[in-house]
Ligand binder design. Structure first.
Ligand code: PMP
Length: 440
């Protein structure tokens, strides 16, 4: 048995004991709690790396769940953000820059006819669903199992997989993600398994004329980067048209990452509404709801309400202007995808040398690592698989200086800075090799 090199986390542990007196679980988002001894507190991030308050350095593949597309503390984006700060921050009034950023988005994303800014992915998807309801005059909506669309009540439903016979369970129970979500909301939510064409058709046949929208993540950024097959999304498009339902493609994680025009541009599907966030601001809080002009025009006086004190905040907007310009006009996305491809090749040669069967989901810019010959095609396949090897390996990686989410549902995210820092790859592969050997 190899000896595990343990990090010194004494300062983080002490911070946790103090923080838990003031902050529930000692954190500001429940997902940041990794247990009493393993919850880390950060000092800083630069490029593709972070440092915790104990002085441990890590190559970071969580990247804040994806936003740091260029890398942390990117000078180009931060300089623009500072200029946004100097003009005054928040006015709750309009500025010229909004149009410049909206024009850039319209140039990059073919379906983006009109654009509304929001502050977070949750807000954007919540606004998109409201918009669809306002446009169609209907209340129900369709979600895809394994998808995540934010923290608002309508989005927080999942299929209950306890005792599932995966694939044969025609009508799984739909349960809330947690307490505090009213069961009455449930009456409006329908769920379908990803990539199951037959079930999609059946569901539209039964409920299509009551649905305002179908929401789908084209790569499930919260479920092991499972990809929607092109024919599945194309069928969804066709059924939505047939039943007068709006197709909402949620590109909060994939947008301005997988491709300039989003995954939708690769699938050949034009959604009615789409939502973008994370990568568009390199970490500054900004999101958009965008789509068909006639639908988007429901955001009007006496129509669907949308707004908010902080929407199109000067700092986030200036950051987004700089970030989107870089993503549009430089090879940043190719750099980070190429890095992801090299990382996968390196990880595979370590695993292959040990005879460990594995596969990848998603895209080179955000991928899931899966310990089976065939990657999962839907949430059920992931849920009923054995992900214990991944979980164990992830913990070892933390101790060895590589951060990925300790839950195999969260993909590994690449940033431009990873690709520009040659040591990132060698440091990561060294840690992966040791972590795999420790896990075996
Ligand atoms: N949609 C998707 C696809 C997401 O991945 C997320 C967040 N991970 C959200 C919506 C919600 O975004 P936020 O955390 O910014 O509210």
């Amino acid at each position: 048995m190899m000896q595990m090199p343990r990090r010194d986390l004494s300062r983080s542990n002490a911070q946790f004991r103090r923080a838990v007196q003031r902050l529930p679980l000692g954190v500001s988002s429940t997902f940041r709690y990794w247990g009493e001894d393993r919850t880390i507190y950060l000092a800083e991030g630069k490029g593709g790396r972070i440092r915790d308050i104990d002085g441990n350095h890590y190559v970071d593949y969580r990247l804040g769940y994806g936003p740091a597309i260029l890398g942390y503390a990117d000078n180009r984006v931060d300089a623009a953000a500072r200029r946004g700060m100097e003009v005054g921050g928040v006015f709750a009034l309009s500025t010229e820059r909004e149009l410049a950023v909206a024009d850039r988005i319209a140039k990059m994303v073919p379906s983006a006819e009109l654009v509304r800014f929001s502050n977070s992915g949750t807000e954007a998807v919540m606004g998109a669903l409201r918009l669809a309801r306002a446009y169609t005059g209907r209340e129900s909506y369709l979600l895809v199992e394994g998808g995540y669309h934010g923290l608002f009540d309508a989005a927080m439903w999942q299929a209950d997989v306890e005792g599932w016979d995966a694939g044969s369970n025609a009508d799984p129970e739909v349960v809330p993600y947690g307490k505090g979500i009213p069961p009455t909301v449930r009456k409006l939510a329908h769920l379908v398994p990803m990539n199951d064409m037959q079930r999609l058709e059946d569901t539209f046949r039964r409920h299509g004329d009551q649905l305002a929208a179908m929401l789908i993540e084209p790569i499930q950024g919260n479920c092991c980067a499972i990809s929607a097959r092109a024919e599945y999304v194309q069928l969804a498009r066709k059924l939505c048209d047939q039943y007068g339902v709006l197709l909402i493609i949620d590109e909060v994680k994939t947008g301005f990452r997988v491709a300039k025009g989003g995954v939708q541009s690769l699938l050949g599907v034009r959604p009615d509404i789409s939502t973008f966030a994370k990568a568009m601001g390199n970490g500054y809080p900004i999101a958009v709801i965008t789509g068909r002009a006639d639908v988007m025009r429901c955001f009007r006086c006496g129509g669907a309400s949308h707004g908010g004190t902080y929407t199109a905040h000067s700092v986030s907007l200036a950051a987004a202007e700089a970030c989107l310009r870089i993503l549009d006009e430089t090879p940043a996305l190719a750099t980070l995808a190429d890095y992801g491809a090299r990382l996968k090749t390196g990880v595979s040669s370590i695993l292959d040398a040990r005879g460990i069967v594995h596969s990848y989901t998603g895209h080179d810019s955000m991928f899931g690592l899966f310990f089976a010959a065939e990657p999962p095609d839907n949430y059920r396949a992931w849920k009923t698989s054995d992900y214990s090897f991944y979980d164990q390996m992830a913990y070892f990686l933390h101790d060895l200086g590589v951060i990925c989410e300790p839950d195999s549902r969260e993909p590994w995210f690449m940033c431009e800075a990873h690709g520009l820092d040659p040591a990132c790859l060698t440091d990561t592969l060294k840690a992966v090799e040791t972590a795999v050997d420790l896990t075996l």
